[in-house]
Design a protein around this ligand. Structure first.
Ligand code: GLN
Length: 192
């Protein structure tokens, strides 16, 4: 069976679980979203989603439990939103554990504080999508010598979604919308 693991350490986990389940149903895939907390549970997954939340907390637990190693050793694709994007990066402006799975550099809390959270339309994958930004990170730079990197969306001249191979990183929160298309995109990306 096809399994998308939702890393259940901290943050907006249940929202990702629900929308992933819906996306799988829409695509008619015999699969499930599964909440995972330990390395052996992660190992069983075809893809992992890391939610928004507090990247320092998620990162600390993730490394303590050896989840980073399991993801790397098994080449498990990861979709990271917000804090998840920070964890996928190879450089941040803060001293914290990150997985360096993508050749991207991020700046944390680049769109202001919690009270500055906002929603606005972004163009991604050829459609308009409701972008929800909550203390979102910004993509400062990426290694454009890497052929497998592709920018997927910009907002206000800032890159807010990027893909490298089968890993996907977004500054905003697709799990906080009713729109399943981005989750469907990730599922298709890793299924093919
Ligand atoms: N500011 C958080 C961090 O740096 C991310 C915010 C979010 O995921 N909504 O970890």
């Amino acid at each position: 069976m096809f399994i998308i693991g939702i890393l259940n350490l901290q943050g907006a986990v249940s929202e990702h679980y629900d929308i992933t389940q819906k996306a799988l149903e829409n695509l008619n895939i015999d699969g499930e979203a599964r909440l995972v907390r330990y390395a052996d549970e992660v190992e069983d997954c075809d893809g992992i989603i890391i939610s928004g939340g507090e990247s320092t907390v998620i990162g600390k637990i993730l490394f303590e439990r050896g989840i980073d190693k399991v993801i790397k050793n098994n080449n498990i694709p990861v979709f990271g939103t917000c804090a998840g994007m920070i964890l996928l990066s190879s450089k941040t402006d803060y001293d914290q554990p990150i997985m360096s799975l993508m050749d991207i550099e991020v700046g944390r809390n680049a769109f202001g504080r919690q009270k500055d959270s906002f929603e606005d339309t972004i163009n991604i994958l050829g459609y308009e999508y409701p972008g929800v930004f909550i203390r979102a990170p910004i993509l400062k730079s990426y290694d454009d010598s890497k052929e497998d990197i592709e920018v997927l969306a910009e907002y206000d001249s800032k890159i807010v979604a990027i893909k490298q191979g089968k890993n996907l990183a977004m500054s905003f929160h697709p799990e906080l919308t009713e729109d399943t298309r981005i989750h469907e995109y990730f599922i298709n990306l890793i299924k093919n």
